[in-house]
Design a binder for this molecule. Structure first.
Ligand code: LLP
Length: 425
C-alpha cells in the first residue's frame, strides 16, 4: 500500500515522479509527500464511514499545502496547538471543522480558539472549564467535548498509550473526575456540551480495543443521559490507526474497523435505549504515514568490529522515532542498480550521539558507497512534525508530488533561519 515504487534497476518513483530527479532538484536530506496518496486515503476514510466525521490529526504532519488538500477533501481537523491552528487558518481551513485538543492548553491558545470560533474544544481538565467559560463572549456558546479515560490499554509503545488510568490525558470515570466535568460544563451557560471524546493510543493494529472503547463510551454517554437527561449527539473515538512501516507489518484494517465499531456503537446504544451519536474519528498516521518517504545521501561507510555503519546526512533530528520508540524502517538504495548481494548494515545519522540510529541491521547492497542515495519509506507522519534543529542542523524541506509533478511546499531551513532568533550578546 506504500506510495513509493522501488524497482530493481534502482529507479524509484512517487506518483510517476523519479525520486532521483527530486534529489537533483532539491538536495538531501528531504521529505517527499504524495498528495495523491493523502487524498486517496482521505477519500477511503470518508467512503468507509460515510456518516462519520473524519478529523485528520494535524500533529502527524501539517503544512499549508496539506491543510488545503484535507480541506478540499471535506475532512475536519484535530489541532493541538496555536501553531497548528494558525497553519490551518492561514489557508482558510473552516474554523467550524476544527477540533482543539490538549491537556494543557495555555490561556492564549484557549483565547485564540474561542476568538477564531473553532467548532469544538476538547476539555481535558476541570481547571480548564471555568477558564474557558470566562473567555467566551456574551451571546456566544462554545461547543465542547469532554475527554474521558476509557481505561483501555492499546498502542505501540508506552510513550503513545493514552487510554489507561495512569497517564496525563483525559478525565477518569473511576475517580469521578469525568462526571464532575460533565456537571460543571452543563452548568456553564456559555459552554455547550456536544459529546465525549477518548483516544486510546497510537499505531494500534487490531480493531478489538476500538470496539471495546466504543461500547465503554456509549455506556458513559448513557450515564450522562441518566444523570442529566441530555443525550449528547457526538462520540469522538480519537485516532491511533496503525500502518505497515515495512512490507509484511500488520496494520489496522479500515473496513473491519468501520463495520465493527459502527456495529458496536449501534448495538450498545440500542441496548441502553440511547439515541445513536454521530461518530468522529481522528486518524493522523493512517492518512499521512505511507504517503511520505525520506531521502538521504550516504556520507561514509565504516566497518566496525560488530556492525557496518552507513552514515547519512540526516538522522535523529529529522527522524527521532527509532530513538524514542524503537521504531523500525525499510531502507532502500535508489538511483543505481547493484549486482552485489545485500549485507546487514546499521544506518546512522550525523548527530553527536550514539543513539542517533535510523535503522539497525537492515539489508543493503555490499557495494554501498558515499554519494549513494537512500530512501526510507513510510515517513509521512511524525517525521517532519517531530523534526528538531538538534546540533543546529537545518530541518529538511518537504516536496509534494501531485499530478506527476514535484513542487516545494516547505523550504529547507537555512543557516540564517537558525541564527535569526538568537538576538545576540
Ligand atoms: N487524536 C488525539 C487526541 C491524539 O492524541 C492523536 C495522537 C491522534 C488523534 C492521532 O493519532 P494517530 O492516528 O496518528 O495514531 N509521535 C508518536 C505518535 C504520537 C501520537 C499522539 N497522539 C509517533 O511518532 O509514533
Amino acid at each position: 500500500s506504500a506510495t513509493t515504487r522501488f524497482r530493481h534497476d534502482g529507479t524509484a518513483t512517487v506518483g510517476n515522479v523519479s525520486l532521483m530527479e527530486i534529489v537533483h532538484r532539491f538536495g538531501t536530506p528531504l521529505y517527499v509527500i504524495d498528495e495523491t496518496d493523502v487524498r486517496l486515503r482521505a477519500r477511503a476514510y470518508r467512503a468507509a464511514l460515510p456518516s462519520a466525521e473524519i478529523a485528520y490529526a494535524a500533529k502527524a504532519f501539517l503544512c499549508r499545502a496539506m491543510a488545503s488538500w484535507l480541506s478540499s477533501e471535506g475532512l475536519s481537523l484535530d489541532v493541538c496547538s496555536a501553531g497548528e491552528l494558525a497553519v490551518a487558518r492561514s489557508v482558510g481551513f473552516p474554523a467550524s471543522k476544527i477540533i482543539f485538543h490538549g491537556n494543557a492548553k495555555t490561556p492564549h491558545e484557549l483565547h485564540l480558539a474561542v476568538e477564531q470560533r473553532v467548532g469544538r474544544i476538547v476539555v481535558d481538565s476541570v481547571d480548564e472549564i471555568h477558564r474557558l467559560a470566562a473567555l467566551v463572549p456574551a451571546g456566544y456558546r462554545q461547543k465542547v467535548l469532554i475527554r474521558v479515560i476509557p481505561d483501555i490499554e492499546a498502542g505501540e509503545s508506552a510513550a503513545v498509550r493514552t487510554g489507561g488510568e495512569n497517564q496525563k490525558f483525559g478525565l477518569s470515570v473511576a475517580t469521578g473526575g469525568a462526571g464532575d466535568a460533565v456537571s460543571r460544563v452543563l452548568r456553564q451557560p456559555r459552554l455547550q456540551l456536544v459529546g465525549l471524546h477518548c483516544h486510546l493510543g497510537s499505531q494500534i493494529t487490531s480493531v478489538e480495543p476500538f470496539e471495546r472503547a466504543a461500547r465503554a463510551m456509549i455506556e458513559h454517554l448513557a450515564g450522562v443521559w441518566k444523570t442529566h437527561g441530555v443525550a449528547l449527539p457526538q462520540l469522538d473515538l480519537g485516532g491511533g490507526h496503525g500502518i505497515a512501516y515495512r512490507p509484511g507489518d500488520s496494520r489496522l484494517n479500515l473496513d473491519a474497523f468501520a463495520a465493527r465499531v459502527t456495529d458496536a456503537v449501534e448495538e450498545r446504544a440500542a441496548g441502553l435505549g440511547l439515541p445513536v451519536p454521530r461518530l468522529t474519528i481522528e486518524p493522523g498516521r493512517a492518512i499521512a504515514g505511507t504517503a511520505g518517504v525520506t531521502l538521504y545521501r550516504v556520507i561514509s561507510v565504516k566497518k566496525g568490529l560488530g556492525h557496518t555503519y552507513v552514515a547519512v546526512d540526516g538522522g535523529m533530528s529529522d527522524n527521532p522515532r527509532p530513538a524514542l520508540y524503537g521504531s523500525r524502517y525499510e531502507v532502500k538504495l535508489i538511483g543505481r542498480a547493484s549486482h552485489e548481494g545485500d549485507r546487514e548494515v546499521t544506518v546512522v545519522g550525523h548527530h553527536c550521539e550514539a543513539g542517533d540510529v535510523i535503522a539497525e541491521d537492515v539489508p543493503l547492497p555490499a557495494d554501498l558507497h558515499p554519494g549513494d542515495v537512500l530512501a526510507v519509506a513510510a515517513t509521512g507522519a511524525y517525521h517532519h512534525s517531530m523534526a528538531s534543529t538538534y546540533n543546529l542542523t537545518c530541518r529538511p524541506p518537504v516536496v509534494a508530488v501531485g499530478q506527476s509533478k514535484a513542487r516545494l511546499v516547505v523550504r529547507r531551513e537555512s543557516l540564517e533561519d537558525l541564527t535569526r532568533r538568537d538576538v545576540g550578546l
